[in-house]
Structures are given as structure tokens and as C-alpha cells.
Design a protein around this ligand. Sequence first.
Ligand code: C2O
Ligand code: CU
Length: 464
Amino acid sequence: MTHVRWTLVLLIAAAPGCRPAPDRPDPVREFAGSYPEAATPDGALKTFELTAAETEVALIDGGALKVWAYNGQVPGPTLRVRLGDTVRVRFTNRLPQETTIHWHGVRVPNAMDGVPHATQPPIRPGASSTYEFTPKDAGTFWFHPHVRSSEQIERGLYGLLIVDDRAPPPYTRDVAWILDDWLLGADRQIVPHFNTPHDLMHDGRWGNAITVNGRTDTALKVAAGERVRLRLLNASNGRIYVPDLGGLDAKIIAVDGLYTRAPLPLARFELAPGNRLDLDLAITGGGRSLVVTDHFIPQRPNRLAEIEIDGTAATPSFASPAKAHVPAWSSALSMPLTHEFRLDARRGGALGIEWTIDDQAFAGHEHAHPSLVLARGRWSRLRFVNASARLHPIHLHGMFFKLLARDGIAVDEPFFRDTVLIHGRETIDIGLVPLDAGDWMMHCHILEHAEAGMMTMLAVRDPA
Ligand code: C2O
Ligand code: CU
């Protein structure tokens, strides 16, 4: 098994660099200016204390729920800094298990990525650890454990890391909604059986209570005329949401942290586990109340929250911040393929079913080595063939990518992502120019699939 993987690495490493033909646009040149290669640490040092522990909070509909929480709250505290600031987090583990913190979507130095064994030893119960990094990008990011994630995230361990622009646009309100679902038993407590055969064979653990910021009664009170920045995060283990803002004028301005090329209509956006969406809401029509719903399964919508609109306020007028440079990469599909990954399942392994990438189930971080080497600063095109009928939101650590095609049909998403949903039996192509060296995880963000093997590592190295 081991030597099969190494053969693959050597083959890829030996493949000629993807040089474009002279008549085609160079994807690396098109990419230039999308986001910076290095951080500019010219701000302040912001220190945060985080402790993970078991606790009880009034959640869902207000009853006492036993959870695992950062600083005693679910969602955990929002860590907020400005671009240029350095984040220092002094973390203490008071859980009955080992843990780590991963900074989802943040281009951190590899050693700060929170991947147990690979980038740091797991943090034992009672132990502490410090994370420090200077974000390179402004936007909506989040943090969560990377040990036994299907249990630890499900029990309530997650929070937002918001990196403000150097000059934040003057929204009248900046609101974050974290979407999550909980599987509760008859005792109204979290069902303590994780990675069940049912969850593993389907799309992970889908709960029976959906919450926004931990509550089923979340309501946003605004006034007509306001312009609100609404940040959405899907922190569920497996559930996908298609948010519907009840007829409000909602434009997408950022996806997975980074601004889009232009403001986009919300339309039908599949917010998979790990995904973030920043919306620009123009509030109109005072004296009404809207229901925000999820339409992932169109015939079974779910209520998420309410928006209550009062009187009138002055309408601020400013240009949308969504004007990022995002390459078109329109001839990308004619460029050579760097690698094709095959996603599938089989019987076996400690959980009875294994989710595989190229017929390999992740054998644990202790034994991990990269299954593919990507050249830093060079263009790569990766294909994912979903040979299974289940959903796989694939997430890459340490890099952003752009979706190029679904089932061979070009799609132009005018934005980057760090997580993309692959539907059953679907094939997708993504393009990327990795800028950050290191060994980075790539895995399904349906946490049960990841626990059952659907993880691997991509190495980003300087080209020879
Ligand atoms: Cu939010 Cu490795 O992921
Ligand atoms: Cu999956």
C-alpha cells in the first residue's frame, strides 16, 4: 500500500510542469493579484484565551443542554481582528479527550493548522497550547477541533474568526448566523452515539433540531433602509442548507471568506458543511416579519430564523466591497489534468465502512504522508470523480480553489472556495495556484465520512 502511494508521488513530481501553449492565457498570470502570497503583520497583536470544556447551556429552545463548548458558550466566542493583526490564542483543553484547533479557511503557517500528529501533537486533557498567525486574507473564517471531529464539533465546539478589512465597508449592522443541527434523544440531550452505521452509509449525521446560533428562536431586528452584512456558516456535521431570505434583496459578496468578483444574486446556493457565505442585505418594507428558510430539499423546507423589519432608517450608500480579482480561467478545461481523485466506499475498517480517496482510507495521522505533491505558485487542475451515490463536500486546507466544471460542463463561479459540494455520481474539476508551502489536509467535510477514511494530504512544495 505504502509503495503504491509513493509511486504516485514520484510520477506526479516527475510530470512536466503545466506550461500553457503560447496561444492560451497563462492561468498563473491570470491568477496574479487574486490574494497575497505573504501576510503583512503591521497591526496589533490580539491575544485570546480559549478553553474547551464540558458544560451546560440554555440552547435549542431554551432547555439545559449538555455540550462541549469553547469558553462555556455555543457557538464559541467570535474572535475578531483586523487584517494586519496577529492572532494569538492560548488554548486549554479541559475535555475528557485529546483535541486540537483547526482554523478553517485561514492560510496559516503549516505548523498552526491544528492537524494532530501531522502539524502538532494532539493536546491532551489538562494540557495547553498556543496558536499564533497573521491572517493573509480578510473575511469570515471559523475554528473547530480536528480530533474526533464528528463527535467534538457535534457536541458544540466551533466558533467564528472574523478578519475585518483594513477599512471595513460601512454596513449598518454586521451579523453572523451559524447554522447547525442537533440529533437529540427523547431526553432532549445530544444522542451520544457517533459514527453510527446509518450516518456512515448516508450523508453523515443529520439532526432533528436545526438552530441558528444555537437557538431555534433567533430573530434579527432591523429597520427599513438599513444595509446589513449577514455572515452565514454551516457548522453541521452533514446537513446542507440552501438559504432563502424570504424575498429580501440579498446579494452574495463573499464565499468561504474571500470577496466575489461582483455582488451576485443569492439564487440557490448550497451551503455545505464548512462553507461560509457573506450576504449584503438591502432592507426594505418596514412593519413586517420574514421567515428565513432552508430549501436544500425543496419539498421539505426548514425554518431557520426570522427577520423583523421596523420603521425606517437612513439608507447608507456605498459601493459593494465585492470587487475582487478572480481569474476567469476560461480555457482551464483544455489544460492538462494534474490528478484525478476517485471517491468511493467499501466494507471494512474499524467502523465497518470505509470512505476512500483513490482506494485508500486514511490510516490515521500518525501514518499520513502526502498522496499528491503540488508545485507552489504553479497551476494545477484536479478532478474528483464521485463513484458513490452520497454527498461529499470536499475541503482543502491551506489553499483556495475555483470550481471549473461539473460533469465536464464548464461553470464560471466568480469566486474562490475552500469547500465544494460534490453530489452523488458527480465529477467536478477545480483549478488552483497554491501559494502556501506545507502538507495540507484534504477531506470530506461530512465529518463521519472523514472519520471513516475520506481524508488525505496534499503537499505544496517549491517547484524543483
Ligand atoms: Cu473545517 Cu479539516 O476542516
Ligand atoms: Cu463525504
